[in-house]
Design a protein around this ligand. Structure first.
Ligand code: NM2
Length: 512
């Protein structure tokens, strides 16, 4: 135990606990006033800085594409060029996907279109034919290549110094190594590094809280339907506890036996569910609308990326595109850390193209199949989803949409299993990265200690339980995520510069 404790970075460990308390306690104490204050802050920040997020997404994508196809693309992320990847390509992609997206994907895949139908983008008339086509398209954009570029940037920026410069820390601060003095570099960036890691923790706790906050009611609604029990706070807390128990076990079992096995299980069951909905749902409508959406998105990619609505001043851009980019930014460092750990032996080009292509394709599959199935229910008049959302909320609407399928209960069951596993894998990887940040030094191939991972797995579960018992707590956490992600844009710019400088310094003579 003494030996175990000696590996613990005490200041970092205590700071992290402090951050959790700092986020949750004020919300508890000022639960009546905290909500409006943070929501106002969110509105004014997205209004003033939304365009910055939009540039960030496009620039990250441009930078990564350039890097992948430049002479640096062939650099292998490993200390020895003879190292082979730790995981097979399919397993690796599945693990990245399961870490990067949680049950939020299932939540939005089913109902995101309905918001866009009522308040469409680009000045379209609500419920018009064009609005319907765009409603099926916009979610693909929000979960597409720009979004995955926001994830991939920190992954490369952390992986490069970790593997190629053998920096013995697996932290967000690892990505900004170019700016540290030699002395600071030995202490994970000194004060500069601590500030960066502090921002990372704040955003992770906010981001993870958001996922659990959105998906717990959805899973609880599914379970209530399956078991015929009442959907109340006790059921929701039980769902969180169930998830904590599963990801605690997975964290304890370690990356290969826990996380990897869960991800592989998820791949199979997810495809079974997607195939099921595609087969028994309106197959042709799903395929045609999906194809149509890809066309609209490719054709309008830059218009969507840079649309700020400066004349009409509607709130679509802030409420959706900026909200999403901020959410991806908040998750970015955590996904980057985790992806770094599982990507040893991959080249820069593989990592970039793997994340951009397969991440987007995976997410699109969900939106095309679930989203268009639900959209068809609404358009054909079989189920008035918009009204159900307005009257009974999103969680109930999602369950009703699934129940409308043939073998509806079976679909609800599969959906609940996939949601739980997605949630669990995201939290498992999140606790892995928190344990890495609070470990004194971590080298290639090493993992943080088990008890440390287990501790964070539990801590991450406790926070949302506490917040769920506060009225509007989750909404507040959601806005907090966005608020804390703003400084991460600066860190993003710094890490890009640092990465470029380091790569240029290390590879002066590579010829094309
Ligand atoms: N992102 C991918 O629950 C989730 O899906 C978490 C959300 C950042 C929009 C990730």
């Amino acid at each position: 135990m003494i030996k175990n404790l000696s590996q613990l970075d005490r200041p970092m460990f205590l700071t992290t606990i402090g951050v959790i308390l700092l986020v949750t306690l004020p919300i508890f104490i000022f639960r009546e006033t905290a909500g409006p204050v943070i929501t106002n802050l969110f509105n004014s920040l997205t209004n003033k800085f939304g365009w910055l997020y939009q540039w960030y997404a496009v620039l990250a994508l441009g930078f990564l594409l350039w890097l992948a196809f430049s002479r640096y693309g062939a650099i292998k992320l490993s200390s020895k060029d003879t190292d082979t990847p730790d995981y097979s390509t399919l397993t690796w992609i599945t693990m990245i996907f399961c870490a990067g997206v949680g049950a939020g994907l299932l939540y939005w895949a089913v109902i995101e279109w309905s918001y866009y139908l009522k308040t469409p983008p680009m000045g379209l008339d609500p419920e018009s034919a064009k609005a319907k086509e765009w409603a099926a398209t916009y979610p693909l954009f929000h979960w597409g290549v720009s979004a995955w570029a926001i994830y991939c940037l920190p992954a490369i920026a952390i992986a490069y110094p970790f593997y190629k410069r053998q920096v013995p820390f697996l932290r967000l601060s690892t990505s900004c190594g170019y700016f540290y003095t030699e002395q600071q570099a030995k202490q994970a960036g000194g004060t500069k590094g601590r500030i960066i890691d502090f921002l990372y923790m704040l955003s992770l706790i906010g981001g993870a809280g958001t996922s659990l906050g959105l998906s717990t009611p959805m899973i609880a609604a599914n379970i209530a339907e399956l078991l015929g029990v009442h959907h109340d706070i006790i059921l929701e807390i039980s769902v969180v506890l169930l998830c904590v128990a599963i990801f605690g076990t997975s964290a304890y079992l370690g990356l290969d036996r826990g996380f990897k096995s869960l991800s592989e299980f998820n791949l199979i069951i997810t495809f079974a569910l997607l195939f099921f909905v595609l087969a028994v749902g309106p197959t042709l409508f799903i395929l045609k609308t999906g194809t149509n959406s890809i066309g609209i998105m490719v054709q309008n990619f830059f218009a969507m990326s840079f649309w700020t609505d400066p004349i009409d001043k509607g709130s679509f851009v802030e409420n959706w595109t900026v909200f999403y980019w901020a959410w991806w930014v908040a998750y970015g460092p955590f996904v980057g850390l985790f992806v770094t750990r599982i990507s040893r032996g991959r080249t820069i080009k593989q990592l970039i193209l793997g994340m951009l292509c397969f991440g987007s394709l995976g997410a699109w599959l969900f939106f095309v199949v679930f989203g268009n199935y639900a959209l068809n229910l609404q358009l054909s008049g079989m189920l008035d989803i918009n009204t159900i959302i307005a009257q009974a909320g999103e969680a109930t609407a999602i369950t009703q949409i699934l129940l409308a399928l043939p073998f509806g209960k079976f679909a609800v069951f599969l959906f609940a299993v996939v949601s739980i596993v997605f949630l669990v894998t995201t939290y498992d990887s999140a606790s892995y990265t928190l344990a890495s940040v609070t470990t004194k030094s971590l080298r290639e191939g090493e993992n943080p200690q088990r008890w440390n991972r287990l501790f964070w797995a539990c801590a991450l579960g406790v926070v949302p339980i506490a917040l769920m018992s506060v009225d509007g707590g989750i909404k507040v956490i959601l806005s907090t995520t966005i608020v804390v992600s703003l400084p991460l844009l600066i860190v993003g710019a710094l890490m890009s510069y640092s990465l470029l400088k380091m790569i240029q310094q290390d590879n002066p003579k590579i010829k094309r």
